[in-house]
Design a protein around this ligand. Structure first.
Ligand code: MG
Length: 504
């Protein structure tokens, strides 16, 4: 049995190595690659993808899992295996089953369609013309529904899609959670909208890019992100990618005349990066060294970006330093004024620019539309109209341009139906983890206001990062906080924080 396990781990390690090599090509493409290289780069990536798929679906894996006693009824395999090995075979079985359930033909059709759809989407967004993208989305949805059928589900086809990004999460549970968030936050948003708003014009002054970068690097270092095991570069859309167990890179983007973009992008990606750098030594080299779900991944970026990075305690430490970096720009600004500015709440069209109070409404909107598309209740050509009216209901504003509505996100063109809910789940998890941190670190406020951020990192590492995929998101949440995911924590966090800024 030990032989089967070692062989299985050998294959798993090769899969990881291939994934990291592909990540390097992808990272390069988004950062430094000359534009003319794009054609061969996509050939390189698609060849590696084929090799990876072949490796991940070889019947040898199925045979080895069988030898280890793994089956649908017994996904953790033989009882004599140790805890980590049982987690290893469970995850391996999950990946293998998923990979083999999808016919190769469907996988390559999806790859072809999404690559075309992405470039059409970019054009359509540019021209703000949904009708260009519509036929491609329609074709993609046919394939996505077929994919859901191949993967299988018990209750709802959307479950199969959701499970890719948030293993084990069910549509009806997301519905229940989102209904509660909507019910509790809609009145808060309305109350805020009816008040005179915060003046955030100080954020639109001039902030020289090199100084923004230097300041961001100081914060990253304080958080515990080390340039010895990573890099920070610039890309059109910020992201984090693992190129190796000691090479997790971040990107951000800067705007000279809007402060929030650079720093909060940096802190957000820093949170993602620290998760990927924090897997325990025992699992670092294998397939357990990955996020257990995208919701948990996002919780790690959001806890740093919003809960810590937009808190008063945090800026009571960093604002004097920020003034030192931008002495002229911020000479006449008080900490209080700055804190209120970075926490301004205002319903907006674009999800990625949304504040933490309204952000989840953007997700609820997409979730409801995705469900209606998958069940066939909504036709593709009705989508822009449905978007507008739902936006009016959830956010109180109605986008007239498709580029500010239905065409704003890349996800659907990439076939990523089922992805959006993980962003909101991440916000909810982050608030629940935050509550546990405050309970367990009794000098939490002092820690943050003295810039001793690595004490928080240490907690996150021990409780969350080191485990990788050893526990499912659900189990991890219970283990860390003593309860399953409860949106009440997020609602309380929002009400507590924003009652200090608005009358709510
Ligand atoms: Mg993120």
């Amino acid at each position: 049995m030990q032989n089967s396990l070692s062989r299985l781990k050998e294959i798993g390690k090769e899969i990881k190595l291939l994934e990291h090599a592909m990540a390097l090509l992808g990272w390069d493409q988004e950062t430094y690659m000359p534009p003319k290289a794009v054609e061969e780069r996509s050939e390189q990536l698609s060849l590696l993808q084929t090799i990876l798929h072949r490796k991940a679906t070889t019947t040898e894996i199925g045979d080895l899992l069988g030898e280890l006693g793994v089956s649908e009824d017994n996904p953790e395999g033989d009882a004599s295996l140790g805890t980590l090995d049982r987690a290893y075979v469970r995850v391996c079985f999950r990946d293998y089953t998923k990979n083999t359930k999808l016919p190769t033909e469907l996988v390559s059709k999806l790859a072809r369609q999404t690559s075309i759809a992405q470039s059409v989407w970019a054009e359509a967004r540019e021209k703000s013309d949904f009708s260009r993208f519509a036929p491609h989305l329609e074709e993609l949805l046919v394939l996505i529904k077929e994919k859901a059928e191949c993967l299988g589900y018990e209750d709802h086809p959307y479950d199969a899609l959701l499970d890719e990004f948030e293993p084990g999460m069910l549509t009806r549970r997301v519905k229940e959670i989102f209904d509660r968030v909507r019910e509790e936050l809609a009145p808060v948003i309305e109350q805020i909208a009816s008040q005179p708003n915060v003046d955030d014009s100080i954020l639109y002054r001039t902030y020289p890019l090199t100084l923004q970068r230097q300041f961001g690097e100081v914060v990253l270092e304080d958080m515990g992100y080390s340039m010895e095991r990573g890099r920070l570069d610039v890309s059109a859309h910020p992201f984090t990618t693992s190129l190796g167990r000691d090479d997790v890179r971040l990107t951000t983007r800067y705007s000279e005349d809007y402060f929030n973009t650079g720093i909060f992008g940096t802190i957000h990606e820093g949170g993602h990066g620290l998760y990927e750098l924090g897997f325990a030594e025992e699992i670092k080299e294998n397939i357990l060294a990955d996020a257990t779900s995208l919701g948990i991944h996002e919780s790690q970026s959001r806890i740093w970006e919003n809960i810590i990075g937009r808190s008063y305690s945090f800026w009571s430490h960093y604002f004097p330093l920020l003034q030192h970096y931008f002495p002229e720009t911020l000479a006449d600004v008080s900490l209080d004024q700055f804190y209120r500015a970075i926490n301004k709440v205002e319903p907006s069209f674009i999800r990625v620019e949304a504040d933490e109070v309204t952000y989840n409404m953007h997700i609820i909107l997409r979730f409801e539309l995705e469900l209606a598309l998958i069940t066939g209740e909504l036709a593709v050509d009705e989508l822009p109209g449905a978007w507008r009216s739902l936006s009016e209901q959830l956010l109180g504003i109605r986008p007239e341009k498709d580029s500010e509505g239905v065409l704003q996100d890349i996800h659907w063109s990439m076939g990523g139906v089922g992805y959006f809910p993980t962003y909101a789940l991440g916000n909810l998890y982050s608030a629940q983890f935050y509550s546990a941190i405050r309970e367990q670190l009794d000098d939490y406020e002092e820690i943050i206001s003295s810039g001793d951020l690595q004490k928080v990192l240490f907690w996150l590492r021990e409780k969350i990062h080191r485990h990788g995929r050893v526990y499912t998101a659900e189990k991890l949440c219970e283990q860390v906080t003593g309860e399953p995911l409860d949106p009440g924590y997020f609602v309380r966090y929002i009400k507590d924080k924003y009652s200090g800024i608005y009358d709510v």
